[in-house]
Design a protein around this ligand. Structure first.
Ligand SMILES: [Zn+2]
Length: 353
């Protein structure tokens, strides 16, 4: 299908990133303009963006079009660094007060044990408690596709990125799941979306068991195109799963892993074509290299309109609210100054009054 043929429904991308390494006001402005083109040409209503204070800049510059995720220190020794959070209560309230809409993407990819701080370790205790009690939604990446643990099966692009977990002291995929399951057991009211379908698309029965056991857990569809590939191999069974669990699945792209406007749009198109059409199709040639080119086609799910509505927007709004929160501009500028992010402070100042 063409973009113009897709259903006329509100679509919120729950999982996108602001380009990394932006270092000047000009780049900030130009990246913002690219994302606005993605919204326009990709027929999105809104984007939830991970990008720290650049996300707040987008919220102020383009009112209503962006939700932004606040950062919590990454679960690695070098991520927490010299400024560990001691008072989660205060830290999290400040993020929301300045204008963030939720937390994350918080990324817990596999790392060597000497570097990892498990998400269920004591350090994060106050964090999960606070998210649950205050109702702050968390977008959280746990584990990776199973083939990354197998030297024979890992895709070349993943190997090049250093995402192979077969040499060295890495936790198993099951260990990473056990950590998250403990968090979910202890926080049954936590609002959480697990990224990339929680990397369980290769095992429908496991996914079914997981959603039945943890009633508060939700899954996003951010590519990881292996999820579309896996689901296509048992298309009819998965289609029933999507209809049954229509309240638990969210549309997301992982834009920002892609680099150019065309690559961003290819991610939006792939997922929408997968959810809406009944076509057999392949990764477009123009798509970014992280989207594996498989020999067998994806097979579209052709989901009913009311299910699409939930996956595209309804579930997101239940978790993050019907509209983005307001930004406290003075506070945001002060925070950027404090963090040495001069050009973002400057951009925000340019947007006052
Ligand atoms: Zn991501």
């Amino acid at each position: 299908m063409e973009f113009s043929e897709f259903a006329d429904l509100p679509v919120i991308d729950c999982h996108a990133h602001f380009k990394r390494g932006v270092k000047s006001l000009e780049e900030l402005v130009s990246e913002g303009e690219t994302l606005i083109e993605v919204i326009r040409r990709g027929r999105l209503r809104q984007i939830y963006i991970t990008g720290e204070y650049a996300g707040l800049y987008l919220k102020v510059k383009y009112p209503g079009l962006f939700y932004a995720g606040g950062r919590v220190p990454a679960p690695y020794v070098d991520g927490i660094g010299r400024n560990p959070v001691k008072d989660w209560d205060r830290y999290m309230d400040e993020l929301i007060e300045v204008g963030f809409d939720g937390i994350g993407e918080l990324v817990s990819k596999p790392a060597e044990r000497s570097r990892r701080i498990p998400l269920n370790s004591q350090y994060y205790e106050g964090f999960w408690d606070k998210c649950e009690s205050a109702g702050y939604a968390v977008l959280c990446h746990v584990a990776d596709p199973e083939e990354f643990w197998d030297e024979r099966l890992i895709p070349e692009w993943a190997r090049e990125k250093g995402w192979g977990y077969y040499h060295g002291d890495f936790p198993s995929k099951e260990e990473l799941y056990a950590e998250m399951h403990q968090i979910l057991d202890e926080h049954p009211r936590l609002k959480i979306v697990l990224c990339h379908f929680y990397f369980i698309s290769a095992d429908l029965e496991k996914a079914e068991g997981f959603l039945n056991q943890y009633k508060n857990a939700n899954l996003d569809l951010a590519l990881g195109v292996e999820l579309m590939y896996n689901i296509s191999r048992r298309r009819d069974d998965w289609r029933s799963f999507f209809i049954k669990h229509q309240d638990r699945i969210l549309f997301g792209t992982d834009i920002g892993v892609s680099q150019t406007l065309q690559e961003h749009l290819d991610r939006v198109w792939l997922l929408r074509n997968f959810l809406e059409s009944d076509e057999e199709f392949y990764t477009p040639e123009t798509a970014d290299p992280l989207l594996t080119r498989y020999r067998e086609p994806y097979v579209g799910l052709n989901l009913p309109r009311h299910v699409l509505w939930k996956i595209y927007a309804g579930n997101f709004m239940r978790l993050w609210g019907e509209k983005p929160r307001d930004v406290d501009l003075e506070m945001a500028i002060a925070k950027c100054e404090e963090r040495g992010e001069r050009f973002i402070a400057e951009a925000l100042r340019g947007l006052t009054g």
